[in-house]
Design a protein around this ligand. Structure first.
Ligand SMILES: [Zn+2]
Length: 236
């Protein structure tokens, strides 16, 4: 029997690579928890300045456009705050400096639940393999959560230690829990639709894809629409 996650976390932090990633990966869950009173923060690692097929686009202009799309989507989901680290698209490195920055955010915001990409999900059928930035963010967040953020001798200048209790990994091939997003699926569709730089036309295709994915997860979870996650319960 699929396990539905019913508890409402007090404080949530979602850490993702690109401006549209949180909305696509877990927008229904973030909107649900925001409506239920959670404090919901998002950290975006890159500014998405290479996310286009058009060679005439100026990267800095694209970054500005995507930041505006993000602000719009954050309002739709009801996010508490969105923080942008501003790395270039495709330029993330899983190094000490990046992990230290993530540890600082985790210790500063002190969430009980953190959402991030599942970095072990690499190949999705024959059509898609997971973006390098998603894989890097996934592993860097995991390593920042445990043990780094929770132990004082890791990054001693990054604030007082904090142990995150639960990590929820989205885009996973092995989901273990689901969040029922039936009540917020249209908020997710609306948030994804804000990222107009990322799709051609009016976004109807993107909206349909969002509903279809959530309906597939919903079938596995026994509800109309759901988002699935690999759950990790963390402790020192
Ligand atoms: Zn992405």
């Amino acid at each position: 029997m699929a396990q539905l996650l019913e508890t409402v976390p007090e404080k949530v932090l979602a850490i993702y690579a690109h401006p549209d990633d949180p909305d696509v990966s877990c927008g229904g869950t973030l909107a649900r928890w925001a409506r239920q009173g959670s404090e919901v923060h998002v950290v975006l690692c890159t500014n998405g300045d290479k996310g286009t097929t058009d060679p005439t686009v100026d990267p800095s202009q694209l970054a500005i456009r995507r930041a505006a799309e993000c602000d719009e989507a954050a309002k739709v989901l009801g996010l508490t705050e969105q923080h942008v680290l501003g790395y270039g698209d495709g330029e993330l490195t899983d190094d000490e400096a990046f992990r230290g920055e993530l540890v600082e955010w985790i210790r500063r915001l002190r969430p009980g639940t953190v959402l991030c990409p599942d970095p072990t999900a690499v190949f999705f059928g024959e059509d898609y393999f997971n973006h390098r930035d998603h894989r890097i963010v996934g592993f860097a967040v995991l390593d920042a959560l445990s043990p780094a953020a929770a132990l004082p001798l890791y990054f001693p200048d990054a604030g007082p230690v904090h142990q995150v209790e639960t990590a929820l990994l989205s885009g996973t091939l092995e989901p273990t829990v689901w969040v029922d997003v039936t009540a917020t699926i249209e908020d997710k569709v609306a948030a994804v639709s804000c990222h107009r730089s990322q799709f051609a036309g009016d976004g109807e295709w993107a909206a349909g894809a969002v509903r279809m994915r959530a309906a597939e997860d919903g079938k596995r979870a026994g509800v109309a629409f759901a988002e699935g996650f690999r759950r990790l319960r963390l402790s020192v």
